[in-house]
Design a protein around this ligand. Structure first.
Ligand code: PEP
Ligand code: MN
Length: 360
């Protein structure tokens, strides 16, 4: 698949003064709930009203969605509020039902994107239609799998396309529900600058009080839009209660976000600068994270040396590391002086960690 301006025509054609906004509940629960939230979102920046009809749940026994009846409620949303509608499809039957009920935008969920069979089935079912289709990233951080799904749709002649970045599963405990791995979204944008990319801060954070910050980072990284789960009574939502915001909070978030337009030279400069700075922030956070991990391993080495009563410093090992890193650094345009200073500082911190352990 080649980068093609065609993929983003549907979005550019909307000529929005703000990023695209997809909002609505994680799940359609009752007709009243679906209509209440839609009416609350009617006169806001929201462009598409989302509601999950079939819910992929990690474990059985949780609410798995209301099923096809919910599509009738989405039709009512469109009639009563004029909002366009969006839902997740995970097989051919879902696609057929969604088309029958005139859903405007379909998305492929993170658990489906991992399966080329499922994605192909959905692409085949959609062939010849004119729907907008967005592909959520797979649960695992695999850029080719993500792009492969987009490619299957593109090949089935679906040209109104986009991706949704909803973060990635990790075994490690982090402050996120799904870690963003922003560098993947950045790489995807540099390979396919015309493929619209929407951020889903709800599933990245899992917590409503982190949604603003993640949304701002996404906008600073030139994302085209946001998908934010919104519920009139989030605490009592049947799924994803902790991450949903009220319509009022959504409006406030949209008001507070710094949305940069590229209308004049000055604005273009600022927008480029904040984009680059956001990329630097992502890398700095990774550096600190990596240093933390490195020191934890140092602690383990300290424990090992303590048991065997071995000295903290082994100079040949240290010289070998330094020599290697100077060479590696050189290949990446880093001066010997910088690499030396950096590794001396890292080494010193490592020694401090081990000293503490050996003498405890
Ligand atoms: C959702 O959007 O409600 C959903 C199930 O998302 P994901 O596929 O990202 O887990
Ligand atoms: Mn959800």
């Amino acid at each position: 698949m080649e980068n093609s301006k065609e993929m983003r025509k549907w979005l550019d054609g909307m000529d929005l003064p703000h990023p695209l906004v997809i909002a609505g509940p994680c799940s359609a629960e009752t007709e009243e709930q679906v209509l209440k939230i839609a009416h609350d979102l009617k006169d806001t920046d929201v462009n598409y009203y989302r509601a999950g009809i079939w819910k992929p749940r990690t474990r059985p026994g949780n609410f798995e969605g209301v099923g096809a009846i919910g599509l009738k409620w989405l039709q009512k949303v469109k009639e009563e509020t004029g909002l366009k509608t969006a839902t997740e499809v995970a097989n051919r039957a879902h696609v057929d039902l969604a088309l029958e009920h005139d859903v405007d935008l379909l998305w492929i969920g993170a658990r489906s994107t991992v399966s080329p069979f499922i994605v192909q089935e959905i692409a085949d079912a959609l062939e010849g239609t004119d729907k907008i289709v967005l592909v959520k990233n797979p649960v695992n951080p695999d850029l080719s799998l993500w792009l492969g799904a987009v490619e299957r749709l593109y090949t089935a002649d679906i040209k109104k396309l986009g991706v949704i970045h909803r973060g990635f599963s990790t075994y490690e405990k982090t402050k996120y529900r799904n870690i963003p791995e922003w560098q993947m979204a950045i790489e995807l944008q540099s390979k396919f600058p015309d493929l619209p990319i929407i951020n889903d801060p709800s599933h990245i954070t899992g917590k409503r009080d982190m949604i603003f910050d993640v949304s701002q980072t996404a906008l600073d990284l030139n994302f085209d839009g946001l998908m934010i789960e919104t519920h009139h009574d989030p605490d009592n939502a049947w799924s994803d209660a902790a991450q949903q915001v009220t319509p009022k909070t959504l409006v406030q978030i949209m008001r507070d976000l710094r949305i940069r337009k590229e209308t004049d030279q000055e604005a273009e400069y600022n927008s480029k600068l904040s984009n680059l700075r956001a990329q630097i922030d992502v890398i700095d956070n990774q550096l600190i994270d990596t240093m933390g991990k490195r020191m934890k391993i140092s602690d383990d080495i300290g424990e090992l040396k303590k048991k065997k009563n071995v000295a903290v410093l082994q100079s040949n090992r240290w010289n070998a590391i330094l020599g290697n890193m100077i060479l590696e650094g050189e290949q990446r345009g880093l001066s010997e002086e910088f690499v030396l200073r950096m590794f001396k500082a890292i080494h010193q911190e490592s020694i401090n960690h081990q000293e503490k352990i050996i003498n405890k």
